[in-house]
Design a binder for this molecule. Structure first.
Ligand code: A4P
Ligand code: MG
Length: 189
């Protein structure tokens, strides 16, 4: 049964929760946005950046008159509540010049909370696990890269979800975080 939780304040703020964040971009040098987003996640208060997947390219889901996307998934451990984390992620999107013009439209940076521990939330601002991730190759393949044994609350194992998706719909890129040279240095300094 799905839990309906609107207030997370009862959670122990010192508890670090394994959290997976979807990173996407299809505007203005997308690889740079995706790679530097990881640096910004690592700088978040109460949050420890653990690792990131490879980068993947795919055709847009939604309107087709937009560029292909670059996606990755990062794992962090965080003491932030999901709503606090959402606020921080939206601040990072804003810093990357994110403009909201149309649903599923082009963007410099999109940061989605895919999984937050084993929590299931449906609130006005947040749905966790993120809606539709089980059907999205651009989420499940990078997630499998960094968490092949993960079980997603209500959806099952990442391995099982991956087996149902077409690998040919995405392309793994030969770019790593350590090869990123375009890092910005003034986030929260
Ligand atoms: N929101 C609810 N749940 C969450 C969550 N778990 N994490 C709310 C983050 N935000 C969440 O998001 C709209 C609202 O969703 C937020 O205000 C938050 O309260 P948004 O980023 O403003 O708008 P959006 O991203 O256009 O909407 P949506 O429905 O989140 O779209 P998706 O699911 O993020 O998909 N094609 C490819 N190939 N790769 C992509 O990454 N991404 C999208 C956007 C479309 N097509 C794509 C890709
Ligand atoms: Mg989004």
């Amino acid at each position: 049964m799905q839990l309906r939780i609107t207030e997370m304040s009862e959670r122990n703020s010192l508890q670090m929760t394994d959290t997976y964040i979807g990173i996407g971009s299809n505007l203005d040098d997308p690889c740079r946005h995706v790679l530097t987003a990881n640096q910004h996640l690592a700088a978040l208060t109460g949050t420890q950046w653990i690792r990131s997947s490879s980068l993947y390219a795919s055709s847009p889901m939604g309107p087709q008159d937009q560029p292909d996307y670059i996606n990755a998934v990062a794992m962090v451990k965080t003491a932030l509540t999901p709503h606090q984390l959402l606020t921080e992620l939206q601040a990072i999107e804003h810093y990357h010049g994110r403009e909201r013009k149309r649903h599923w439209g082009e963007r410099t940076l999109d940061l989605d909370i895919l999984v937050y521990g084993d929590l299931r939330i449906v609130s006005e601002q947040l749905t966790i696990p993120h809606v539709g991730i089980g059907q999205r190759a651009f989420v499940i393949f990078p997630l499998y890269d960094i968490a092949p044994t993960l079980h997603i609350a209500g959806l099952g194992s990442v391995q099982h979800l991956k087996n149902r998706l077409q690998e040919s719909s995405i392309r793994k890129l030969p770019i790593t975080i350590s090869s990123c040279s375009g890092g910005e240095s003034n986030w929260r300094q």
